[in-house]
Design a protein around this ligand. Structure first.
Ligand SMILES: [Zn+2]
Ligand SMILES: [Zn+2]
Length: 268
């Protein structure tokens, strides 16, 4: 598969794309053109245009979870392009209104808005096979003991803590192992790794790109690095919601590449 970072918090020197604290990754695999997350604003669309990527030819849109730094760009996309018949892979909780520190942080649309714009919703509660080698992992079981189980804000409808059950990721069955594409990893990066391994015949992860949701240097970070040392063989591309301090800790133990808007790679 070919993967292009359309939006991330980071931009590279001398490459004049727009950045914002959000994520969007464009993936081509076989016949499918897949948009994984849609950034926070219309900026990912302008980046795609500069990169000569035609978002009018999408066949899939995959939402990692409902937070607006991953979903708020979608209405800009349907204003710009005809999305009739494009499949939208989303866990049902993506559409739940979410609040964090008094701010609305959920998706700025409901299911019916997506249907009204011609999207075909594919239930992401269960795994979804997108191409022969690319799978959406569905709801991620929370099994590790060292990863945070704290809610992020609350669900507006219930007023109860939001555990982001919608949070998931993509797994690509490469020749040398699995390659994962994550959004924010609220379900926790090691749980995602375990789910991907469980669902395949592979024994190792050959690479991960995306948010790992690791901001502090604490016990969770230490244990996560130890876990990834055991289960990964290739390159890590931590971005979006990984702090500089966390990245530095990763680099002491594992191969890490800096991510920015415009990063392109072929995963085999
Ligand atoms: Zn999030
Ligand atoms: Zn995020």
């Amino acid at each position: 598969m070919k993967l292009t970072v359309l939006m991330d918090n980071n931009t590279y020197i001398d490459q004049y794309y727009l950045g914002e604290p959000a994520l969007s990754i464009y993936i081509e695999d076989g016949e499918e053109n897949i948009l994984f997350d849609t950034g926070y604003s219309e900026a990912f669309i302008s980046n795609a245009e500069k990169m000569q990527i035609d978002l009018g030819k999408l066949t899939y849109i995959v939402l990692s979870h409902g937070h607006n730094d991953h979903t708020r760009g979608l209405p800009f996309l349907w204003e710009r392009y005809n999305l009739d018949g494009v499949k939208l892979v989303a866990h049902p909780s993506v559409f739940l209104p979410k609040r964090y520190m008094g701010l609305d942080v959920g998706a700025p649309f409901f299911r019916q808005d997506c249907l009204a714009h011609g999207l075909q919703i594919v239930d992401g509660h269960e795994p979804v096979q997108i191409t022969e080698r690319l799978t959406f992992l569905g709801e991620i079981p929370r099994v590790t003991v060292f990863e945070s189980k704290a809610p992020v804000g609350e669900c507006v409808d219930t007023g109860k803590g939001d555990f982001l059950l919608d949070d998931s990721a993509l797994s690509y069955e490469g020749r040398e192992g699995l390659f994962l594409v994550t959004g924010c990893s609220h379900s926790s990066i090691c749980n995602i790794v375990l789910q991907a391994l469980e669902m395949s015949e592979q024994e190792k992860i050959n690479g991960i790109i995306g948010g790992f949701h690791l901001l502090k240097t604490d016990q969770q970070l230490t244990e996560t690095i130890r876990f990834l040392e055991k289960h990964t063989t290739g390159m890590l591309f931590p971005c979006h919601c990984v702090s500089l301090l966390a990245k530095l800790e990763f680099m002491k133990a594992l191969p890490v590449t800096e991510v920015g808007v415009g990063l392109q790679m072929e995963v085999r």
